[in-house]
Design a protein. Structure first.
Length: 180
């Protein structure tokens, strides 16, 4: 809502499209709960990653995601690389996740949210880019950390523990979080 008061109509439409694109990519992993669904999601994410790298549309079912990404980001190699980093990080969510330390947590947060900051910065034409990108990355990371705190139980039910093992609680297992 507030962005609508600050952004032009085109910028707002691009921001909404970017959100939709990132949500579609994230949903591929989040909605894959069985082993066969995870395998299919892995193949789709890999096909999308390769298609973006080669600039060639993939086969169904991710060609629409590719088309949306290509339309939004194809002209900007920095934004396109950030999207590929997002896809690579989302692929990690298809396997059990146990974050070892704060550095790994921050790397994960960069991959799923700092990348969005990069892409948004590129779409909005932030200048000077070299100075804007670190702040966009930090904002994305800062926005992801509360999401992790909010979703501890939900993530544990999916076999994911983003709370660093070197933190105050020590090593936690998904089962201990779900039962406890």
């Amino acid at each position: 809502h507030w962005a609508g008061h600050l952004l032009s109509d085109d910028q707002l439409a691009n921001a909404a499209s970017l959100y939709s694109l990132c949500r579609a990519i994230d949903d591929l992993a989040d909605e894959a709960v069985t082993p066969s669904q995870r395998a299919a999601a892995e193949q789709q994410l890999q096909a999308l990653h390769q298609a973006l790298a080669q600039g060639q549309p993939p086969a169904e079912p991710v060609w629409q995601v590719y088309e949306q990404a290509h339309e939004l980001l194809a002209e900007d190699p920095v934004a396109l690389q950030a999207l590929q980093d997002l896809i690579t990080t989302v692929q990690q969510d298809l396997k059990p996740v146990h974050v070892a330390d704060h550095a790994e947590l921050l790397q994960y947060c960069y991959g799923v949210a700092g990348t969005v900051g990069v892409m948004m910065s590129c779409l909005l034409g932030a200048e000077p880019r070299k100075q804007a990108l670190p702040h966009a990355i930090d904002l994305g990371i800062a926005m992801q950390l509360p999401n992790i705190a909010r979703d501890v139980l939900e993530d544990a039910q999916l076999g994911r523990v983003y709370l660093p093992s070197d933190g105050a609680a020590g090593t936690l297992t998904p089962g201990a979080l779900v039962e406890g």
